[in-house]
Design a protein around this ligand. Structure first.
Ligand code: ZN
Length: 258
């Protein structure tokens, strides 16, 4: 295991959590590793095989800038050297290459509106996209859905291809202080206090959407029960742990992105 290893395989346990009090350089590396691993996790299901989808990671020092995969790299081949840093007007300021313009228009207003958001992920998934055609929130009919109890919004605009910041701002407004925004007729987007948790919760959202699509009339638990269950499944650390499992089960050797 190298010093730059994100995932502490030997010591991973129920008590594991994000590294705290890291230097900016170390924190940047972690965020970049989690971003590249997140793209590979998406690819492990074939998500983004057509190039749709993006993960962004706020820079720990240049906080109005974020990292994402440059355009054209297959998600399953993402490494930290394939990431570029983009500023608040969409210019690549570190690394070289193009970016998907929609990634900037959707993610920039979210990062600028929410100082607490480090990571954000969006792609078009087998259940998230069909569910989004309902233009309605997830029903609290699964454990995974409860992670978004009180933390989901619906963007019902008809700009299915986001081509300007004004539309992105309306999506950010629909997200509000939440964790999930369902973009109607488009797909899901989740955010987190770490890149890892945003990705972990994205999987939760996709699974919850699957339940809603397959069992549209499923039982919905009470608001009181949802509030209680949310305290555990809705904790940021749960999203972080899901990500560690995804790396271990969908990618394997996390050093492939270094
Ligand atoms: Zn999209």
């Amino acid at each position: 295991m190298t010093a730059n290893h994100t995932i502490e395989n030997e010591s991973f346990s129920l008590g594991s959590g994000p590294k705290l009090n890291t230097t900016p350089d170390a924190e940047r590396l972690i965020r970049k590793q989690e971003t590249a691993l997140g793209y590979r996790i998406m690819a492990s299901w074939g998500w983004g095989a057509d190039g749709s989808g993006h993960i962004t990671a706020r820079d720990p020092e240049l906080t109005d800038c974020f990292w994402l995969l440059k355009y054209g790299v297959p998600f399953g081949e993402a490494t930290i050297d394939d990431l570029v840093l983009v500023n608040d007007v969409g210019e690549v300021v570190e690394g070289s290459g193009e970016i998907n313009p929609a990634a900037f228009y959707i993610h920039a207003p979210i990062h600028s509106s929410r100082a607490d958001v480090v990571g954000a992920i969006h792609t078009h998934t087998p259940y998230g996209t069909p569910f989004s055609a309902r233009a309605a929130p997830l029903s609290m009919s699964s454990q995974e859905a409860v992670a978004f109890h009180g933390l989901q919004g619906v963007y019902d605009g008809e700009e299915l291809n986001v081509t300007d910041l004004a539309t992105g701002q309306r999506i950010a407004d629909a997200l509000g202080q939440g964790r999930l925004v369902i973009m109607a007729n488009h797909g899901l987007l989740t955010v987190g206090a770490s890149v890892a948790s945003s990705i972990g919760f994205y999987l939760n959202a996709e699974r919850a959407a699957e339940v809603c699509v397959k069992v549209p009339d499923g039982r919905v638990i009470s608001s009181n029960s949802a509030t209680q269950v949310h305290r555990s499944v809705g904790d940021e650390i749960n999203g972080w742990h899901i990500f560690q499992w995804l790396v271990r089960s969908r990618v394997g050797d996390s050093t492939v992105v270094n």
